[in-house]
Write a new protein. Structure first.
Length: 145
């Protein structure tokens, strides 16, 4: 029996955003070889996390060879989507591709206003208050931690 292998890419341009926990999102993308080559020629690429109807929430400089990213410390209860954009020398922003929309679920109800918010999910990070620090990693770096 001959083993079946998956293709290295599907020659399609796709950007997919998924919820891992209320405070962690995962985004992956598959770009065609031609699209990847075109992006490699650009000076600055960014992956942007956007809050629906509010605009850019965070921006991350990315490399054309990357294909996924974990975004930690997001605010539960909001709707998000991602895009990959080219930033030109005059700070012009040119969107290349958009993701689907996801809703980060609420962690759980708080008992009192201003009380610390902790995660009810395993592996949701070390956030104890809404003012906590956040970090984000490309997928390869995330698993090295």
């Amino acid at each position: 029996m001959t083993p079946i292998s998956l293709p290295s890419n599907y020659n399609d341009n796709t950007l997919v955003l998924m919820v891992q926990t209320p405070r962690t999102l995962y985004v992956y993308w598959d770009l065609s070889p031609n699209q990847r080559a075109a992006l490699a020629a650009k000076k600055k690429l960014q992956l942007r996390l956007n809050v629906v109807n509010l605009g850019v929430y965070r921006s991350f400089d990315i490399k054309p060879a990357w294909d996924s990213f974990y975004i930690t410390g997001v605010e539960p209860g909001l709707d998000y989507y991602c895009d990959i954009v080219i930033i030109d020398g005059d700070d012009g922003v040119y969107p290349v591709i958009y993701s689907n929309k996801v809703s980060a679920p609420a962690e759980r109800p708080t008992l009192a206003v201003g009380s610390p918010v902790t995660s009810g999910f395993w592996g949701a990070g070390g956030y104890t208050t809404r003012e906590g620090a956040w970090t984000s990693y490309s997928s390869g770096e995330f698993y090295k931690k």
